[in-house]
Design a protein around this ligand. Sequence first.
Ligand SMILES: Cc1cc2nc3c(=O)[nH]c(=O)nc-3n(C[C@H](O)[C@H](O)[C@H](O)COP(=O)(O)OP(=O)(O)OC[C@H]3O[C@@H](n4cnc5c(N)ncnc54)[C@H](O)[C@@H]3O)c2cc1C
Ligand SMILES: NC(=O)c1ccc[n+]([C@@H]2O[C@H](COP(=O)([O-])OP(=O)(O)OC[C@H]3O[C@@H](n4cnc5c(N)ncnc54)[C@H](O)[C@@H]3O)[C@@H](O)[C@H]2O)c1
Length: 506
Amino acid sequence: MATEPAPEAAVEPAEPADASAPGTSAAERPTAGPADDARYDYDLVVIGSGPGGQKAAIGAAKLGHRVAVVERRHMMGGVSVNTGTIPSKTLREAVLYLTGMAQRDMYGASYRVKSDITIEDLFARTQHVIGREIEVVRAQLLRNHVDILPGTGAFVDPHTVAVVDEDGVHRSQVSARFVVIATGSRPHRPDTVQFDDRSIVDSDGVLALERIPTTMVVVGAGIIGIEYASMFAALGTRVTIIDKRPNILEMCDPEVVESLKFHLRDLSVSFRLGEEVAGVDTNGRGTVTRLVSGKRIAADTVMYSAGRQGNTETLGLENAGLEADRRGRIVVDAEYRTSQPHVFAVGDVIGFPALAATSMDQGRLAALHAFGEPARELSAVQPIGIYTIPEISYCGRTEEELTADAVPYEVGISRYRELARGQIVGDSYGMLKLLVHTETFELLGVHIFGTGATDLVHIGQAIMACGGTVEYLVDTVLNYPTLSEAYKVAALDATNKIRQVARFVG
Ligand SMILES: Cc1cc2nc3c(=O)[nH]c(=O)nc-3n(C[C@H](O)[C@H](O)[C@H](O)COP(=O)(O)OP(=O)(O)OC[C@H]3O[C@@H](n4cnc5c(N)ncnc54)[C@H](O)[C@@H]3O)c2cc1C
Ligand SMILES: NC(=O)c1ccc[n+]([C@@H]2O[C@H](COP(=O)([O-])OP(=O)(O)OC[C@H]3O[C@@H](n4cnc5c(N)ncnc54)[C@H](O)[C@@H]3O)[C@@H](O)[C@H]2O)c1
């Protein structure tokens, strides 16, 4: 994501930039809600078309309001569609398919679908999916009569947004009763590192690599770093992961993290944890990463994934009476309202948890709150999906948290290798762990490692969100053979252990 051009001071009066598009001009709007204010060009202007912005815009349009989305021409769909969630998950799918990785248990360690995988093979699939997704986003906005204003938006005053085109020329200026800031984030680039977008890249640059590197250093063992590290390791790249924290993915179940590390080491990944990067040197042919401890690591490519920065510095926040913190984030209340009650902010620009999944709901809720519609809070039980190879997913609490809070719990485990479906799909390493309250039988946490984890987690999530107990799983018939059966096996394991303790106690 490049830095946006700064808006000029004087701008021309508003004319929706995409007014030529059929059926999209504000004047043709079929209905306007009773609360609409004719003083403004729009009831809602959304800045940014990522998951948060899309859902805010469509949510308001469904209520019959006049809505516009400001977005740069090349970024329709946001980071999510263009450089984040969708390309990374498509790349993972291409890696899994072409390397034959998921089938090696069945057909042997040398099994490959294609022996000489090129970067073109991988990016062809990615580009195809990105193209389709952009069309889906655009079509959804247009069929909901949302105007698309191409360009970069910036506040002129608290109710007015100027739209500047890529070449720095002002396109228009629009006023709105409400504004939603959904400008997302970009990779954080430390000043000490000279990114050249060839051998020293961030998570955007990794999507423009010219070849699959033989060796790679990944700085930052957060979700982005570990996901890409596992993809390149599967492709045969020798990857070194560096992080100043003592372990990777610290929010996950330690047993799951150990399983992942075992798999990654098996793919020649090395870990340099508890180590800080002092700088990176490049001579055009390769890189040397210098650690504060004095170590030096040579690699073809360095990928930095050391956190993200909110896109706020060219938004003209000061013109709206707003400000952002050092990391470009905007503070909001429980209704996603900023310190200006008519301006909302959603998605990565408000910080944690910074997921496409949560951003969508934040956008939807911000639109409801803006127009005074009833809105329920999001369920507290939210899943995390990490698309490593193999994948990880969890919801609820970890063993550490429960122990720290002195909550009595029992663990129920199911190993995929003991499930018929696990054998059929060739997953011998997968496992599902349930954490169950020993007195109430309430489900407290679900931690999954292996095939289908990010989908399977939703079964546990639904039970937990509805206050269900493990007895539901014991008493329920599940399809056979499925991976969902892991829930049943783990539930029986946990209840057997609880019963055994009860027998001893008498
Ligand atoms: C590599 C990677 C993988 C990821 N994988 C996942 C995943 O598997 N699951 C998941 O849930 N999340 C994932 N995420 C996170 C997810 O992509 C983000 O949380 C999500 O995209 C944030 O949505 P958003 O609505 O805040 O906007 P974004 O998607 O960040 O989009 C913001 C948009 O605003 C535009 N914009 C910025 N400033 C302006 C301006 N002044 N005027 C007009 N437009 C502007 C930008 O051009 C951009 O298009 C991943 C992120 C990355 C980087
Ligand atoms: N599957 C998913 O849901 C998914 C996938 C990718 C990204 N995301 C989202 O994107 C966000 C950003 O991810 P991220 O991985 O870039 O950030 P992060 O903040 O999670 O991780 C950054 C890591 O870099 C380390 N680090 C920073 N500077 C360092 C240095 N100089 N030397 C060594 N280590 C250093 C930090 O200790 C930290 O562990 C996440 O919070 C996540 O919400 C989600």
